[in-house]
Structures are given as C-alpha cells and as structure tokens.
Ligand binder design. Sequence first.
Ligand code: PMP
Length: 429
Amino acid sequence: MTGANHVLPTGGLARAYSGLSVLDFLRWTTWQEILPEAAAGLAHDVAALADTEQLPGHAAAARGWASAPNEAEGTPARRGAAPLPLRRRAGYGTIPVYAPAPGGADLDLSDNTNLFGPAPSALDALRASAAESLSRYPEPWSDALRQSLARYAGVRPEEIVVGCGSDDLLDSAFRAFGEPGDTVAHCVPTFSMVPVFARANGLVPAAAPFTPDLELDTDALLAARASITYLASPNNPTGTIASPEAIARVFEGASGVVILDEAYAEFSGVTRGREAPQHGRLMIVRTLSKAFGLAGLRVGWAIGAAALIAEVEKARGPYKVSAPAERAARAAVEHDLDWMRERVAAVIASRDRLADALRGRGFAPLPSAANFLLVPVAEADAAAAALEPAGIAVRTFRGLAGIGDALRITAGPWPAMERLLVAFDRVPR
Ligand code: PMP
C-alpha cells in the first residue's frame, strides 16, 4: 500500500512486469518548432526515415518542407540578409490586444473613471513638481506613497505594494505565484484583463460562471484547484458584490493565492484590506484610478502579508511608479479623502437615480455596488450606436454568460446622467 516502486491496480500486469511505476502509465508527447529553412534542410533525411518506417504520409509531408515558400518563389531559402521570422512565446498568437471603446466621445461613460475629475491635491502636486523629479529616477519602491496608503488602509507599509495601475500588480502576482501551466480560476464575466494576464504569463485561465443569482460559484472555483484564484468585489462589469460567506469559503478552501480585486471598494464601502496581512495567501488589489479620479496617473496598490508583498515586488521590478505620479498620489491620499468621499456619495446617488430611471423605461440594470451600471439590452452594438449621435460612449458587451448583451455605463454628475437618459429613449429594449 505504500512506496513508489509499484502502482496498483494494474489489471494483473504487475505479475509479469516488475518495478512498475507511474512512468509506465504516462504517455509523453513532445514537439519542436523549427524555422522553415531548418525544415527544408532536414526534409530529405526525414523523408528517407519515414519511407523506411513505411510512413508515406510523413514522408510526403517532409518532402513538402523542401520546397519552403520562398524557395518555391525562386529565391534561395538561406539568404544572408533574410529577416528571421519573429519568434514569440507559445500561446501569444491568440492573446488579444486590449481594445478600448473608441475615443473622442463628448461624454465618455465607458471606463468607470471619476467623472467629477481628479483629486485636486494631486493636480496641485503635479503642477508643483520640481524639474529634478523628471531628471532623476523615482524611489524604486515608492516608500513614501506606501506609508500614506498604509495609513489609509490601516496596515503596515511593508504590507503594501504599489504599481503602474492595479493592472501591473495583477500581472506581477500572476507571475510570482503561478508556474507556467498552472491554473488561474476566475469568475465570468469579470475584469477582461484577468484571462489575458494569465495567458501572457503562461498560465491557464479557468472560468467559473456566476450562479443564476450572480453569486460566486464557490464549488466551481475551488474545483479548479488553481494556484491563483481571482475574485472581484464589486465585480466588473456586473457591479455586483460577492457575499461574505462565499468569499470566506474561497479564502478557506483555495489551496493557492487568492486575489480579491477591490478596485471599486470606495463605492461599495466594503474592504477586507485590514485582514489581508493575517491571511498569508490573500492579496487585496486597490487602485487610485476610480474613486480618486487618477486613472491617468496609473497608480494601483495591493495589500497582503509582507512575505507575499515581497514576492510581488520581485515580479514587478523597481521604478514602476513615476516620481510625479508618486507625489500626486501621495497628495491625494493625504489630503483629499473628504473630497473623494463626497464625490463617491454623489456618484452613488446618481447611480441609483439612473437605475430607477432606466427601470422606469423598461430596462433591468443589475444591482450595482460600484460606480457603474450594467444594463442588459437586446443588441449591444445597436444600443451603443443609438447613443453615438448624442456624443455618448458606453462600453458594450456581447453574449455575457447568464446575461446576454449589455451596456456598462459609468455613473457621474446628474446632469450628465440626464443627458444619457434623453439619448436612451432611442435605445431598443
Ligand atoms: N480591476 C478592476 C476590477 C477594474 O475594473 C480595473 C479597471 N477597469 C482594474 C483592475 C485596473 O485598473 P487600474 O490599472 O487603472 O488600476
């Protein structure tokens, strides 16, 4: 019953074959990628071998390599200055490049930013930036900003890492905590960059659709036995929050690192940042792009146990927050908390009023705890096109799991929402 030499049951094979091990039951598959010129050079020998092995299909395929396209066109396969084909990482061929909503709209409600504008102290700090802050490198790990964020979050500075947007921290954490080939479990629909960052780091995304009442499917998430489990609460694009019980189940049941993305925490009023350092394998992701109105600065931050944060920093590398950005971000976190809270309250009031008005027009926006609404529509492109003549841009989603087509609309100052509502009369239900 114990030991590595024998694997049982083998259906009787163990009687005739000693020293059976797991390896006897594995099938190995390897492949090689070679340049077309190299294949052409090998074609003759490969074809001869294949003929000898009576594999005529293989032989014919190999002979095909001999006439690589550039030779068939009459140019030699090996030309001194011929450019080598671009070699990229396996899997990159199908990774999409991020495509934002088309810019230029007069009223852009597509990206969940703060439509009241940036935190004013950040702007003042940027204006007052000394020339030196451009000619010298910034502090490599943004220690001063970490101190300000630590005070804001109620944790220690070494339990915080900052990055070039929270994007940077998700990407770095995926690199730090997943071996190539490992799984990243995540809900779907969720932040669109999550499966992209996973694949860009050689990891395999495993999507778990929400339950019909838009709650985390904790069984499906845990069944993935992932190295990294990503949750977002409030979630983008649904705006919904995960229940404390579901989050607790994932925290307890996941074997690897759990990333809880709280990019919209200022709007939901719920954060687990303070408890993250005690958990050891939990990373909470935050950003200054949303409530603080500083998306253009590109400053994100994350909280976790100091040992976890140190690993994320290794993957992230130094100097990721520019000196002016660090200065402006610090000013906002030190001086603009009241400003931020007032704008957040105004956004929430606008959002709820907008949701009521949309319901009155026969739409059914999802319950949102963030600064945006997800509004199911019959056909997302047609709906967005109906808003375009009014100079309004929204984010379109087609065929979301369990939801169908939908528009994601940033909530902001009420006059802007009124303008949207007028245009919405042209949106087919
Ligand atoms: N997480 C979520 C859930 C988001 O919606 C976004 C931005 N849309 C981000 C992270 C990334 O934000 P940033 O890189 O600007 O911090």
